[in-house]
Write a protein of this length. Structure first.
Length: 340
């Protein structure tokens, strides 16, 4: 910001210098083996608008992230050999590396987003401590995590639930992917490829919302922050439809994804983003359909919505982010009171 004085009127005029390409830069941190693997997949899919950092206690895992910035956690605690499925060791490693984490997060303007697999040692133990450091620095702290498949070691589920419960204390908003819920749609595909795609389907639209580049009328970064800050349990869904009833069909399919693990009517905040190509813009009748849908939502739900242009073709894309949810639905046989 520069000041200059106009002599004739003796008035100070202020020139505000604002970078045209400013965006609330987000640090995307993969914590543990699962988180680092997910970050490699996100980069390969071309996710931009975020700064990547892979954090792990296992030096060999970080060697696989050679194209991304890395941070070895607990150089003395774990000696580069991993946490051995011990969350206490993962936690100690993160605490040992707190100054390094601080330096790593210092470049984030406003947002830190953690991606981790719960159930092992580093992701389960270190992720809550990374979130704690981000919170202490005043960053909007988000976490997207997974829980184990049923065919993994039973104790890993117990550890995962404990890790999720600890992470809830420090993350503003927590999005959970239950791997077991992905089995039906991914029976004929490699199991952990399905998980990576599920994480991408959450992190990519979340990064788009955080970019707040002005392409969506009615939604800016302050709106997104209001929904996410102290949001607790969250849920994000994307639905697409085309044709004469595309608004109704997209909204009808909004919460039918296996990633939707809660009753959206229990949310406190809801952000809705409607996006379509300039060649197929929202019509006045479609705006009426959106208004009619909003009228059906619970009275206590605070709703922010906007519409913008993006993509190509006739599809309408609806992105919904709900926060302040009461609880999550668990796969049969995996419900546990440890989480709540």
């Amino acid at each position: 910001m520069k000041k200059k004085k106009e002599d004739a009127a003796d008035i100070e005029l202020i020139d505000f210098e604002i970078e045209a390409d400013w965006s609330p830069a987000a640090k995307l941190l993969g914590v543990g083996g699962g988180g680092c693997k997910a970050l490699r997949y996100l980069q390969q899919r071309g996710l931009g608008g975020v700064d990547y950092v892979c954090c792990d206690t296992d030096r060999r895992q970080l060697d696989d992230c050679r194209d991304l910035p890395t941070l070895l956690l607990g150089e003395h605690t774990a000696r580069g050999m991993g946490a051995g499925n011990d969350p206490r060791k993962g936690r100690a490693a993160a605490l040992e590396s707190r100054s390094s984490l601080h330096a790593c997060l210092d470049g984030a303007a406003l947002v830190a987003c953690l991606v981790a697999g719960m159930g092992g040692g580093t992701g389960t133990g270190a992720a809550p401590m990374v979130a704690l450091e981000a919170q202490a620095m005043g960053l909007l702290t988000l976490a997207v995590v997974t829980t184990p498949f049923s065919f993994e070691h039973p104790y890993e589920l117990t550890q995962a639930l404990q890790g999720v419960g600890e992470l809830r204390k420090y993350a503003d908003t927590l999005l959970v992917v239950h791997n077991e819920m992905l089995r039906k749609d991914g029976r004929d595909r490699p199991s952990f490829d399905v998980v990576d795609e599920a994480l991408y389907s959450l992190v990519a639209p979340l990064a788009g919302l955080l970019a707040a580049d002005g392409s969506v009328r009615g939604i800016d970064f302050s709106d997104v922050r209001k929904v996410l800050q102290k949001g607790g349990l969250g849920m994000l869904s994307v639905s697409r439809a085309s044709g004469f009833h595309r608004v109704e069909e997209a909204l009808d399919g909004l919460w039918k994804s296996p990633l939707c693990l809660a009753d959206p009517s229990t949310a406190r905040q809801l952000l809705l983003c409607f996006s379509c190509s300039p060649e197929y813009p929202l019509l006045m009748a479609e705006m009426d359909s959106i208004s009619a849908y909003l009228d059906t939502l619970p009275n206590g739900l605070e709703v922010t919505w906007g519409a913008g242009s993006g993509g190509s073709g006739p599809d309408l894309c609806v992105t919904a982010l709900a926060t302040g949810l009461d609880e999550l639905m668990w796969p049969v046989g995996q419900k546990s009171t440890i989480y709540f």
